[in-house]
Design a protein around this ligand. Structure first.
Ligand code: PAN
Ligand code: ZN
Length: 188
């Protein structure tokens, strides 16, 4: 191959591999409070894996003009009627957008703007999602297998998890008569 370098990090259409790939796992005990039905949450094991992320962060967090890349895998399941989902966040720097694309499984992308209007986009293999700047994002697995999706976002976007921990999304995604349905978040 002469002087053509081989990339050390690889994406085979399903997984990221290479020494620079970071992995994180979220179990129920890490995120129990994001689910509305706390009684149902208490009945499930602490170590229940909800989602895993493989990420490639080639520049330091905060680098202006840099890009991050990640694959998220959400396991199938529900806490009560609410589908397993990610914690969800606004970006710390509000005017930072992001791309998601669905690789496998079935799910929904929940989006919430600054006025707390919440809507969803269906995720299926091949679906592409542009998350506009200033919009909070969370994904839920509505299928019976693993939902996996890719993401690409600016390295300086940062994460504001606290606002979602404090205020939640205004709506939640639940299984109602077998169908994923967006309903107002019950007041606790
Ligand atoms: C994604 C998310 C990933 C996990 O890479 O970070 O799906 O979700 P939480 O970060 O909400 O736990 C992304 O949106 N990055 O900006
Ligand atoms: Zn994000």
């Amino acid at each position: 191959m002469g002087n053509i370098l081989l990339a050390e990090t690889r994406y085979d259409g399903r997984h990221l591999t290479g020494t620079d790939v970071e992995r994180s796992v979220k179990t129920l005990k890490d995120i129990r409070s994001i689910f509305s039905d706390s009684e149902a949450g208490r009945k499930l094991p602490d170590e229940q894996v909800i989602y895993e992320v493989e990420s490639y962060l080639p520049v330091p967090s905060g680098t202006l003009g840099g890009l991050f890349f990640g694959i998220t895998f959400i396991h199938p399941g529900r806490v009560g009627d609410e589908y397993f989902m990610t914690r969800g966040h606004f970006h710390q720097i509000q005017d930072r957008a992001e791309y998601y694309w669905c690789i496998a499984g079935e799910g929904a992308l929940l989006l919430m703007d600054q006025q707390r209007n919440t809507w969803t986009e269906k995720m299926y293999p091949g679906s592409l999602h542009y998350i506009p700047a200033g919009v909070a994002h969370r994904t839920a697995n509505t299928g019976s297998g693993v939902l996996s999706f890719g993401a690409c976002w600016p390295a300086d976007a940062g994460y504001d998890y606290e606002r979602i921990d404090r205020e939640g999304f205004s709506k939640i995604l639940v299984r109602k008569e077998g169908i994923p349905t967006l309903i107002d978040r019950p007041t606790r």
